[in-house]
Design a protein around this ligand. Sequence first.
Ligand code: SAM
Ligand code: SF4
Length: 424
Amino acid sequence: MNEHDSEKVAGVLLARGYRQVESVEAANVILYNTCSIREKAAQKVYSRLGEYRFTQKEGQVIGVLGCLAQQEGERIFTRAPWVSLVCGSASYRKLPQMIAELEAGNRRVTGLETDTDETFETELTRRDNPWRAYLTIIEGCDKTCSYCVVPFTRGPERSRASASILEEVRQLADVGYTEVTLLGQTVNSYADPSARRMRFSELLVAVAEVAGIRRVRFTTSHPRDFGKDIVEAIEAVPGICEHVHLPVQSGSTRILKAMARTYTREEYIEKIELVRASKRLISLTSDLIVGFPGETEKDFEETLSLLDLAQYDGAFSFKYSPRPNTPSLKLGDAIPEEEKARRLAILNEKQREIQRLRNEGLAGQVFEVMVEGKSKRERQWSGHTSSNKVMNFTSRVEESLGDYVQVRVTGATPNSLVGDVVGE
Ligand code: SAM
Ligand code: SF4
């Protein structure tokens, strides 16, 4: 989502006549997009800002965007007085105006409001990839997970009108994009604000039906709003990718309750059974947090047993990181860092083994792959399957970036598949 926000901001600047340059030194304006989801990400920002201070040229504007900008606000000007713009993502719609103020000679500008029902609409987005496009359909978050800064930094949930989304998809298809990823913190909580009242699953189908679009992805889905209609849409429409990212966070109902995730272990299992019962082989991925305050060894074992049950195709796992303004900050029973690290290592090892076995089980099968990368090694290419697995494969063709090819799996690692193009 941050990558796509940067693409939109770059589009706004380009439309004002700015030009992109290759290095920080060559720039007159640097807009640094930030993350504050975990403490480590937030710390990196100040160390990077410190580096900019030493390379700053006379008149060079340095701005800070994103969640850390929202979280720290004007404190950034105190800690890093060489910064002249601070803007959180909920205020990006005001960016053109803020940039105009800087151009007019204002020394410092801020955009820190989050009480908005507007989205950052821009047809000017400058996308990095010529075939795969991100597209935000819902901004902010109304869930209140007790560990999470996002509701504070990205503001309330607000959805874009379905007609505006579909128009953007048509424009993308017209200029050659074949894959779109619909984005939202809780993408499946999408609520069409227009009279059309399109459901999320209907929107998926409508996007897949746009001429020229071959693949539709969506992330991240919240388990509470995940229903059978989404699985049915994937089953019915081949263009909707066979992948669901459905973060569980913990396998213990007790911890899920303390996290305010709004579902129990059993309710979550019912959701993944919907996915696993599908006629299409839908890959399932997750996010997990270990060491939440009060997490006992028994709670952690429940997370491990959930991994056995869920058989995820991939997972992002994190040590719990206390964040400002979050309800869980006030909880006692902090788990020591070394214990969090121990649990994370055990969890990662177990998940790695699950992925290795799952991927090895795909040997001999044929998957359609979008060709996205060419290795330095001769005839070696890479891309993703519809199920979002990385495929490294051999092919004799000279140029096929952006094409779709059929690849037979000949080998596997925990994080990728290996194969050969069929029919060569
Ligand atoms: N909205 C998405 C969801 O609910 O699944 C993703 C939110 S966040 C950008 C991505 C992941 O970061 C979360 O799913 C969670 O696992 C992790 N995360 C969020 N806050 C965290 C914290 N305070 N400490 C550790 N991990 C955290
Ligand atoms: Fe954060 Fe929970 Fe919202 Fe995801 S659903 S962004 S974890 S508050």
